[in-house]
Design a binder for this molecule. Structure first.
Ligand code: HEC
Ligand code: HEC
Ligand code: HEC
Length: 411
């Protein structure tokens, strides 16, 4: 009897895949793995490469992965393609781990073959990415052999016992195809992922790719419904996707099938139930916060309330996210709340007809003490956070952002 149920379940699982040609399947997998985000330059043709990556060792460019024989991957056999996806072995030597083979090595043989079939039938485009600009010795590709030897331990995907097929599928989507850990897992001095703290959060390009382990997500008030809304639309009652996360939603997550998105959420929340659909209640102490941080409250009303609502409840979600349930405001680490106030957020375009309004930068209007006041007011009013941020903390983040060019005029 239980075997019968299992068979029926499996038929349901492969149903979508079975209805597709290998090329359709490859296209879907390329979306789930978000190849286009990295292999497309601003205003460039899709998959032709040329997008710069700023690493601690200099600037690196993604390459052309259309099947052009001269400048792309037209001469790759399935074995060559597999070597670059699994082992970071390109045709011209070792690849830098900005190409996330450190996650993709977990992709199944079958899925790699479907990806290969898809890429090989794309229109071939002749294009050569700019030369890399890396410092010695990072500019020597053979050094990467040693890097791989020391840092690239290819542990197979943990197939934890007792978890549902949905959870296992989510594990594969998050840790293989979706390569979420490439941004969300802390890195060591040599830029390698710290295997003992997967998905524990990491600052990159001046944003905190936050802790997305189950306890952190739940504590911040994420539930199945709000994560689904975030991943489908880029914004939810708990907050909006910004920085690199916006691109992940735009190019990848919002295009996933309902069942894959649900599986991913089951894994992220470590939650095999679907019943839990209510948004977490407001927490914190608005009255106490106003008494403790009167200047912070006054600045919130003067500078922020026009868009985020006087009581933090927002005006309309389509315009700006509310603050009284904001995951960042509730989070242990105040980095993104501070960085958003300093940097502001650019207008983001999800599609031709759907854009998200931006937010101005307050780096000039508000000094470090006043920003600390606003942030402390919000975290006490709506975050129930015990730890106050200090003026020094704001000063350090401001300096770091300025040094890396994130407080420029473009904001
Ligand atoms: C996070 C960014 C990122 C993502 C996502 C990404 N790539 Fe890459 N990829 C790169 C970079 C950067 C390079 C160039 C590395 C180098 O030159 O050492 C590269 C190189 C490659 C190469 C080697 C090409 C050559 O010239 O030899 C192949 C093949 C490739 N990627 C395929 C893919 C496929 C297929 C996907 C999606 C399944 C993908 N990449 C997703 C960043 C990325
Ligand atoms: C002109 C309208 C406007 C003003 C004024 C404004 N914001 Fe925003 N804010 C936005 C919008 C719009 C977004 C979401 C942008 C997006 O979706 O990419 C946002 C996002 C945020 C976020 C990130 C929310 C998340 O999704 O996690 C924080 C934190 C924030 N604002 C705090 C503030 C604070 C503090 C102030 C006052 C110092 C302020 N905002 C003033 C419009 C505004
Ligand atoms: C290219 C880097 C990058 C990748 C890849 C990435 N993220 Fe993120 N993610 C970020 C950054 C930066 C933030 C913080 C900004 C924000 O909150 O939107 C973030 C925030 C989040 C948040 C919190 C959103 C919020 O509003 O508080 C969730 C949940 C999340 N990511 C899930 C994922 C999942 C699941 C994947 C893999 C499918 C993934 N991320 C892949 C960079 C990334």
């Amino acid at each position: 009897m239980s075997r019968l149920i299992l068979v029926v379940l499996c038929i349901l699982c492969v149903d979508i895949a079975a209805a597709q040609t290998p090329i359709d399947k490859g296209r879907y997998l390329a979306t789930a793995a978000d190849c286009v985000a990295c292999h497309t330059a601003v205003n460039g043709r899709p998959m032709t490469g040329g997008r710069p990556f700023h690493t601690p060792f200099g600037k690196l460019y993604s390459t052309n992965i259309t099947p052009d024989k001269k400048t792309g991957i037209g001469n790759y056999t399935l074995e060559d393609f597999t070597a670059s996806m699994r082992r970071g072995m390109g045709m011209h030597g070792n690849l830098y781990p900005a190409m996330p083979y450190t996650s993709y090595y977990r992709i199944s043989d079958e899925d790699i073959a479907a990806l290969y079939a898809y890429f090989m039938q794309l229109p071939a485009v002749e294009y050569v990415a700019p030369e890399n600009d890396l410092i010695f010795p990072a500019n020597l590709r053979f050094g990467l052999k040693a890097w791989n030897w020391v840092f690239f331990d290819r542990q197979p995907l943990q197939q934890e016992a007792g978890k549902s097929p949905d959870w296992q599928r989510g594990n594969y989507l998050v840790n293989a195809l979706g390569h979420c850990g490439e941004c969300h897992t802390p890195r060591n001095f040599a830029y390698a992922l710290k295997r003992d703290t997967p998905l524990a959060g990491n600052v990159l390009e001046g944003w905190d790719a936050v802790d997305i382990r189950p306890q952190a997500l739940r504590r911040q008030g994420w539930d199945r419904a709000s994560l689904r809304t975030l991943f489908r639309t880029g914004v939810s009652e708990q907050g909006a996707a910004f920085g690199e996360m916006f691109s992940v939603v735009k190019h990848s997550l919002r295009h996933l099938s309902d069942s894959d998105l649900d599986a991913m959420i089951t894994y992220l929340l470590d939650d095999d139930e679907t019943a839990n659909e209510t948004l977490a209640q407001t927490i914190g102490d608005p009255q106490g916060a106003a008494e403790q941080y009167p200047q912070g409250r006054a600045d919130y009303v003067a500078y922020c309330a026009g868009c985020h609502g006087r009581e933090g409840t927002g005006i309309t979600l389509a315009f700006a996210p509310p603050m009284h349930r904001n995951a960042g405001v509730r989070g242990e680490n105040p980095y993104n709340t501070i960085a958003v106030v300093l940097r502001g957020l650019p207008v983001q375009r999800m599609s031709r007809t759907n854009a998200r309004a931006g937010m101005p930068s307050f780096a000039k209007e508000l000094n470090n003490a006043r920003i600390a006041g606003v942030v402390n007011f919000m975290r006490t009013a709506w975050g129930a956070s015990g730890t106050a941020v200090t003026e020094d903390q704001i000063a350090n983040i401001r300096e770091d952002l300025r040094e890396h060019g994130f407080l420029g005029e473009h904001q």
